[in-house]
Design a protein around this ligand. Structure first.
Ligand SMILES: C[S@@+](CC[C@H](N)C(=O)[O-])C[C@H]1O[C@@H](n2cnc3c(N)ncnc32)[C@H](O)[C@@H]1O
Length: 258
């Protein structure tokens, strides 16, 4: 059991409400920040228990900020914990918060879990997460719940929104105008999906490249399937390649077996 879950199980301070499988995910992505001078922002304070848990886990050098729409949460401020009252779907409010806090190492969205709240918060706050920081949004199952604006493959859910991240991550390899390198491509190292959690790990990225090392065993290294095959197969390969170029342009599914 990791230290976060231990804290949770032995908690006799303010109330915390978390899904149990989240603790391993938090620990996996957050442990490198322990005992460092870091800035954490959690959206969704509720009874203040999770802010106290972060304080215990990360140590005295961590500055912890909370956001909640409920004004009663202001009472949960203490040393190294500051709380802003306002809505995570209010862009002006989030911009004001950004002006008042340093760049963020870890952002946890555990707020109201509606589609608008999650998307607006991501759009406003992601650029305030540091170059090697982490953005974690939880309770993504709300993307499948109608009362939260969710639904399987329903346009506008946070899950559908975040599926674009997979494309952005690969944009350096795109040969189509519809997918171009953007700030996400240049600043995100990895995107992790878990049951109900997405973690976006940031890192400055240049265009990727490959290299070869070792000694070649053949004269000509050619990775395509036309080498040492019959002229008919070669023709079929070229035909498929040409057809796929056209279908790619028209954005239809490709032909052939690759
Ligand atoms: C799931 S609870 C947070 C639980 C807390 N992080 C914990 O682990 O104990 C969700 C909180 O989000 C807050 N919330 C709901 N809508 C919000 C909004 N639009 N902006 C900010 N906070 C909101 C609620 O008031 C509630 O306190």
């Amino acid at each position: 059991m990791n230290d976060l879950e231990k804290y949770f199980r032995g908690n006799n301070q303010r109330l915390i409400h978390k899904w149990i499988h989240y603790f391993d995910i938090y620990d996996r992505h957050f442990c490198r920040f322990r005992n460092k001078e870091i800035t954490i922002l959690e959206i969704g304070v509720s009874q203040g228990g999770s802010l106290q848990m972060w304080k215990s886990y990360f140590g005295n050098k961590a500055k912890i900020y909370g956001i909640d729409v409920d004004p009663r949460c202001k009472a949960f401020e203490e040393e190294n914990i500051q709380i802003f009252i306002g809505s995570q779907s209010d862009r002006n409010f989030l911009r004001k918060v950004k002006e008042q806090i340093p760049p963020i190492d870890i952002l946890i969205d555990d707020g109201g879990h509606t589609m608008k709240q999650q998307i607006v918060s991501f759009e406003e706050l992601f650029n305030h997460v540091k170059e090697d920081g982490v953005y974690l949004c939880e309770d993504l199952h709300s993307s499948y719940w109608l009362e939260f604006g969710g639904g399987h493959k329903r346009s506008g859910t946070f899950i559908e929104y975040s599926k674009n991240f997979i494309d952005f991550l690969h944009a350096y390899h795109s040969k189509q105008k519809s997918l171009q390198v953007n700030s996400f491509t240049k600043t995100v190292d990895s995107v992790h999906y878990y049951d109900s959690i997405i973690v976006v790990e940031k890192k400055k990225r240049e265009e990727p490249y490959s290299e070869r090392t070792g000694t070649a065993s053949f004269q000509n290294i050619n990775y395509n399937e036309t080498q040492s095959v019959s002229p008919v197969t070669k023709f079929a390969y070229k035909f498929r390649k040409g057809a796929n170029r056209l279908l790619q342009y028209l954005r239809f599914k490709n032909v052939g077996n690759h």
